[in-house]
Every structure is written in structure tokens, then in C-alpha cells.
Design a binder for this molecule. Sequence first.
Ligand code: V47
Length: 357
Amino acid sequence: MDLQKDLIKKVRKRERLNQEEGEALYNLDLYTLGELADEIRREKYAKKSYFNINRHINPTNVCADICKFCAYSASRKNPNQYTMSHEEILAIAKNAVANGAKELHIVSAHNPNDGVEWYMGAFRKIRKQFPEVHIKAMTAAEIDFLHRQHGLSYDEVLDAMLEAGVDSMPGGGAEIFDEKVREYLCKGKVTSSQWLEIHRKWHERGKESNATMLFGHIESRAHRIDHMLRLRDLQDETGGFNAFIPLVYQKENNFLKVEQFPTGQEILKTYAISRILLDNIPHIKAYWATSTINLALIAQEFGADDLDGTIEKESIQSAAGAASAQGMKLDDFVAMIKNAGFTPVERDSLYNELKVY
Ligand code: V47
């Protein structure tokens, strides 16, 4: 009991916690943990909850890599392969911008049939046609794939992205950093140290990115804490991460056999702990596509200050069972945040406030 009291005191004094203390946070009851995370959240953002008007575009599902948790990749359980042409991507972008999207979140599978120019050419054309839109594109996993497939160095891929007009990097491909779990989940894909190296290099170019963590499958609580602390270490060096996004594992149509799924309580604890541990990453995003919108709304009381966005269409998590295929209407989104007692704030991709509702 004394140990728990000491831990609570330490959090209230805003002292940094280590691996062991991070794990011990899970032993606090949900309400105490929520209160601690909420105190930090209020200190930073009061009752504001951020979101943006964005469109997810997933231009191909053909993938050379095999991740057991993935239901989106066409080379596994999904027989419906597709690869969009630049014209198709541009048409989606045009429609999205006309509907008010300020950010295009573009993430692809690792398609061995497409060259570097298929990726970069699409960004360049979007940039030319829609100079105002924020292009958030290319996970570290995709960058590593282009490096492996086409012999480019990470620097060369990152410079090509800059030249093509990419503004920021999404946080995908991080999964779980623990090497053993990672090898079982997605052997052959970008390693943990490579994922961190790529983000470091992007930050060194003065650019920002996000970081995800896929949880609720075969990982332990200790693995989650380890994942967060590796991100905290890099953030100490570069300061380039905007948001941490815990992605709740979706179980349909894939090859990962999971016996026990996290309870709502475990998911909320994980949001709260990330808020407490990641004292140097400004935003904690409850990505409603994987947490469900109801839990994302509650997560606002457990440290989360961001709900991603309206999404419009999404193919990766929805392939694995999430209810995000058609996105969310702006009015509904705003009303739900308000009804939950928070102030919806539309932001741009780098968290400048655009409109307070
Ligand atoms: O890295 C794949 C995940 C990620 C499943 O940066 C799954 O703002 C749950 O990176 N269950 C891609 N998740 C999505 C992503 C993202 C999403 C929202 C916002 C941002 C951001 C980034 O999707 C992959 C992988 O971890 N994923 N399969 C699944 N079955």
C-alpha cells in the first residue's frame, strides 16, 4: 500500500517513472489512475478535445510482408487485391478537399509491383493540385520497405518524401517494440530500432510525426511500458513526436490467434498510463476506429485529448472488424464530444487550433 501511495505522490509531483513504476501503475484502481491522468490532461488542455477533418487513403493492399494481425493485406486472407492509379488517388483527394478535408492520411501496403515513383509521384501531384492540404504519409514500415525493395537508403527515401511535398509522417508500423513479440507478429518488417531510426532522421529534418502502439493481443503490460519508454527516450532527443496513439487490436479476418482480449478497463488504464509516462509527447490520441467511439469519448476522462478525425473512409482497421469504414459525420462527431462534457476543437495536423465549437 505504501508503494502505491509513493507512486501516486511521484506522479503528482510530475516526477519521471521508470519501467518498474510504469508496470506498477496498472495495479492502481481505474479511478485513481483516471484521476491522475485527468489532472495532467486538464493542466495542459483543460476540457479541450482536439480533432481534425481528415481523409484516410489506402492506395494499395498488395503486400510483400506478412503481419499476423493484418486483415488488410491482399496476399493473406483478403483475395481482393487493388492498387489505385494516380488518377484514382487524385480523384479521392479532390473529393475529400471539396468536402473540407484539411489532411490526407495516406498509408499503403508494401506493394512489390509499385516503384518509388508510384508513391512519390502521387504525393507530388496532390501537392501541386492542392497546395493547402496537409499530406501525412508513409509509415516507417513503408519507408523501410522502399529501402529493402529498391536499395535506397532511409535518407534517400526521406529526402524524396520532402521533395514530393509530404508534410508529416503517421505513426504506423510501430506495433510492439519488444523484439521477441515483434518477431512472432511481423518478422521481416521494419525492426524496432529501424522504426525509431527512421523517425529520428525525419525529426532531424525539422519534421514532425506520430507514434502508435498496437496492443491487446499477445503482448504483456511490461511490453507496453517498454514500448512507451523507448518512445519517450527518442522524444527526449528530438522532440518530433506530436501524438501517441494506442491502437486497440481488432481480431477479425487475420492469422493471429488471441485467447483473451483487453477489457474496457484495461484499455482505459493503458490510455491513462501513456498520459502519465509520456511526459514529453504533447498529445494522446484515442483513435476511435480501434477503441470504438464510445470508449474514445470516455478516454477523454482518462488522459486522451485527441480523437483523430472524421476519417471519411478507412480500410486497415475496418478490414479487421472496426466500424470505421465510412468515417464519421462532422456534426455527429462534434455533438458527441460536447455531450461527453468536452469542448471540441478542430485543429490542423500540427495541432494549431482552427475552430473552437
Ligand atoms: O501500423 C493493422 C494497425 C496501423 C490491425 O499517425 C491494426 O495519426 C488494430 O498507423 N487491429 C496503421 N490495428 C494505422 C496507423 C494510424 C492510424 C490512425 C492515426 C495514425 C496517426 C496512424 O494499423 C498499423 C497497425 O498497427 N493495424 N492491423 C488490427 N487488426
